[in-house]
Design a protein around this ligand. Structure first.
Ligand code: 8GP
Length: 829
């Protein structure tokens, strides 16, 4: 129907799709058209939100032209696509990035100006889509940005949560979670396609039957279902015309609510089914690193992967495609274990629905998946009780058993008589209850398994999956994480970008190794002075923001010491607090002369999982200390603690460029990688850190002189734990530590109420699972080194500049190239 004849008479309808003109006039016309006909308002009556929505849609027009053409060429070329399966995408605001990608910023600014509108006002109107918890979700967002910039076809698949990560507020210093209604003012960046909804089944039973060829087979007889509606988002590459797709699924009831029941007056009953279905994509699980074994979460996971596999197979491939060749067209990356139920789902599609032979289907499946692990905490490795699987996904459970049988047969053949090994490696465990170990399933099914930093990948092989890495050494690999320089330098730090551009040109934005060209300038006093001006300007910008956003006043001229990340005991915010307390205690007790203290502002940003008690106690303690210090005239010109609520990507973009010192102080062997650590180093902060995660590689690259290392190494930690760790003994033997903890326990920060800090104090003294007290002395000494260094601004900025020049490795473009070469075997278009 859309052949050459049609094209001759309807050239515009057939394409190529043409972008609106890149000119101020062209933009203004398009903007006003969108405001009038898209948003339905006159400029004279438009609210800021109307203007923002119209602007976003207008910029989207420019991207859409490339997006549609790119999709067409990709499908025609039949190239391999990266299918990134992730339950989380922590995208951050979209407008700035879209303006950057299209190169429209100046045009838009001028065009809006001519309409009497200020671009920054509209940018501030955008609510960021917080569809992730922390590192794992933000990494997914960096990766899809890099793939688009590398011109690699990728579809990101995930869930369109109606409520993203909760909005954090503080009431009397305690965290109170508010719903994140990010969609309430409209969502101009998405393209819903209800007509392309996919049905997803749940529940019921399975049965054996004989097919037309007389072959006995099994099939699933599900008992209920929902619809998955795709919402497409554009993922633009930087200045290269590529726009990839992020496809997020929203759950809907299959049958509209029953009109008869409704008419009879039982409204609640009528909408029950609808509510039940829509709950699946209602809210993001607000945790990081500790799973809650909840059925709804399993529903979410199956929901989005079932939609995604079907979508790719049925809508992205030609109708007559031979699925034996599927690995030539797709590689699904499993972003942690959340999407691993995709493995039995693909087997079900191939074997039950397409009648493929089991062994052939398994060979296809093993080439279509690769698995990234993002944690080392045993409690974060997902397991699903077989009872729950049997109820929700009975056919998948059977398939998992069959996969496990085949796998254990192999293991027993390879290691005859070693029954203990077969038990250890079994995907299904009986302890403490019968359950499926999703990390094992992913490892067995995946073509590759990777950790996210060198140390993490090593520990993954040695401690988490040792039997598997012995059996399949070549399956295991490392890809150290990275971050996108577009968002985290170019957009977040314009002051610095300008300085870099003037010094080495603009090529670094897509080739971050070129930051190495800055190295000689570390020796240049003028460059160092300009670098300090950049930091000062960024601090000023942050100060303005925090006053307006939180009523927080940042003092001038302080060392800005920043710890931003999820609140977790292993990350040791409490150890940071002990450092602050110790300094404070020494000043007020007269142990040190205030004149010798380096004035510092400590900034925290951290959300605690709502059910994580100790994390919430730590938030309370930080806020209590912050308030007391603010009121203490003896010290408040020297020590300030700022804890803006609701740390998110938008705030990170302002905080990181202003920081002098980056706190990366997790217990060695616990932080898989960290990516904040990379963002700070790239923006010219020095790191104080343990030998953990990607800190190890940062230190190797920047050099020992330019990194402040402290604390036990991973083997030392293991050794201490084996010998038996007694935090109370450390407390008794270290007077500084004792005085800091005693002060915390004394009621000094809680108006005399000693009970208020009790949970935290007791935990530190008698549990301290992550050895904060054991590393305290080393940490304090390292902080003293920081003070000493900071006293010499030239020496400090030299080190900071070297940090920037030597960390180009941490671009997510480099991470993506490594995945492409060693794991995905996919190419740029
Ligand atoms: C995080 C790691 O904690 C962090 O070190 C790393 O940089 C980031 O992933 C990206 O790789 N891990 C998680 O967020 C995580 O493991 N979450 C799931 C277990 C629930």
């Amino acid at each position: 129907r859309f052949g050459p004849e049609f094209a001759a008479t309807h050239p515009l309808a057939v394409g190529p799709v043409v972008s609106p003109p890149h000119s101020v006039d062209g933009f203004v016309k398009e903007f006003l058209r969108e405001l009038n006909f898209g948003t339905g308002v006159l400029l004279s009556r438009a609210t800021v939100n109307d203007q923002y929505v119209a602007l976003a849609r207008t910029v989207a027009h420019y991207l859409a032209a490339r997006w549609l053409e790119g999709g067409r060429t990709r499908r025609e070329a039949g190239v391999k696509v990266v299918g990134y399966l992730s339950a989380e995408y922590l995208l951050g605001r979209q407008l700035g990035n879209a303006l950057l990608a299209t190169g429209l910023r100046d045009i838009v600014e001028e065009g809006l100006e001519s309409c009497g509108i200020n671009l920054s006002t509209l940018r501030a109107q955008e609510v960021e889509p917080g569809l992730g918890n922390g590192g794992l979700g933000r990494l997914a967002a960096c990766f899809i940005d890099s793939l688009a910039t590398l011109n690699v076809p990728c579809i990101g698949y995930g869930i369109r949560y109606e409520y993203g990560i909760f909005r954090q507020t503080f009431v009397d210093g305690r965290q109170v979670e508010q719903p994140d209604a990010w969609l309430s003012l409209g969502s101009p960046w998405e393209f819903p396609h209800p007509e392309a909804a996919v049905q997803v089944d749940f529940g019921g039973t399975t049965e054996e039957y004989v097919d037309e060829d007389g072959t006995p087979r099994r099939r699933w007889l599900p008992s209920w279902n929902v619809l998955g509606v795709p919402y497409n988002y554009m993922v633009p590459g930087y200045h290269n015309g590529r726009v990839n797709t992020l496809r997020l699924w929203s759950a809907q009831a299959t049958k509209a609510f029953d009109l008869q029941i409704f008419n009879s007056g039982d409204y609640a009953e009528a909408v029950r089914a609808q509510t039940f279905a829509e709950n699946i994509s209602k809210v993001l699980y607000p945790e990081d690193s500790t799973p809650q074994g909840r059925e709804l979460r399993l529903q979410q996971q199956y929901f989005f992967v079932a939609c995604s596999l079907r979508d790719f197979i049925e809508r992205e491939l030609p109708a007559d495609f031979d699925l034996h060749d599927l690995p030539e067209r797709i590689i699904f990356q499993l972003n942690d274990t959340h999407p691993v139920i995709a493995v039995p789902e693909l087997m079900r599609l191939l074997v039950d629905e397409r009648k493929m032979d089991w062994d052939e289907a398994w060979a296809v499946t093993q080439k279509c998946f690769a698995y990234t692990c993002h944690t080392l905490l045993p409690e974060a490795l997902e397991v699903w009780p077989t009872e729950m699987l049997a109820k929700l996904l009975p056919r998948h459970l059977e398939i998992i058993y069959q996969i496990n049988d085949g796998f254990l047969r192999e293991v027993r053949e390879a290691f005859p008589g070693d029954e203990m090994r077969a038990r250890r490696m079994s995907i299904v465990t009986d302890y403490p209850e019968r359950a499926v170990r999703m990390a094992y399933l992913a490892t067995v099914a995946g073509a590759k398994v990777n950790g996210v930093a060198e140390l993490h990948s090593q520990l993954l092989r040695d401690k988490v999956l040792p039997d598997f890495s012995e059996y399949w050494p070549e399956k295991f690999t490392n890809v150290t994480n990275g971050v996108t320089p577009r968002r985290f330098i170019r957009l977040a730090n314009w002051n610095f970008t300008r300085l870099i551009n003037e010094t080495i040109g603009t090529g670094w934005v897509t080739d971050l190794d070129r930051l190495a060209e800055l190295e000689p300038y570390a020796e240049d006093p003028e460059f160092r002075a300009r670098f300090r001006q950049v930091k000062a300007a960024n601090k000023e910008r942050l100060a303005k923001l925090l006053v307006a956003r939180d009523g927080i006043v940042l003092p001038e001229g302080h060392l800005l010491d920043v710890m931003v990340k999820r609140l977790h005991e292993y990350k040791r915010q409490s150890m940071k607090l002990l450092h602050i307390l110790s300094t404070y205690e020494q000043i007020i007790s007269g142990a040190i002369d205030p004149a010798t203290v380096t004035p510092r502002t400590f900034v925290f940003g951290a959300k605690a999982a709502p059910g994580y008690k100790m994390a919430k106690e730590t938030i309370f303690a930080i806020n209590a200390v912050a308030a007391t210090l603010a009121a203490d005239e003896r010290t408040n010109h020297l020590l300030t603690v700022a804890f803006p609520a609701n740390y998110n990507v938008t705030l990170a973009e302002k905080l990181i460029p202003a920081a002098d010192l980056s706190e990366q102080i997790s217990l060695a062997g616990k932080e898989a990688s960290g990516t904040g650590n990379m963002k700070f180093a790239l923006n010219g902060a020095l790191t104080i850190g343990t030998d953990d995660g990607a800190n190890v590689e940062i230190r190797e690259l920047v050099g020992d002189d330019n990194f402040i290392l402290f604390g036990m190494s991973e083997p030392e930690v293991a050794d201490l734990q084996a010998r038996g760790y007694n935090p109370a003994a450390v407390y008794e033997s270290n007077p500084l530590l004792k005085r800091a903890i005693d002060l915390l326990a004394s009621g000094h920060f809680t108006e005399g109420n000693r009970d208020a800090m009790n949970p935290l104090v007791m935990d530190l003294l008698y549990n301290d699972r992550f050895l904060a007290l054991a590393d305290f002395q080393s940490y304090i000494e390292a902080q003293a080194k920081v003070d000493e260094l900071y006293a010499d601004p030239d020496a400090w900025s030299r080190k900071a500049i070297l940090n920037v020049a030597r960390t180009g490795f941490f671009s997510s473009d480099r991470s993506m190239r490594e995945y492409l070469d060693r794991i995905w075997h996919a190419k740029a278009l």
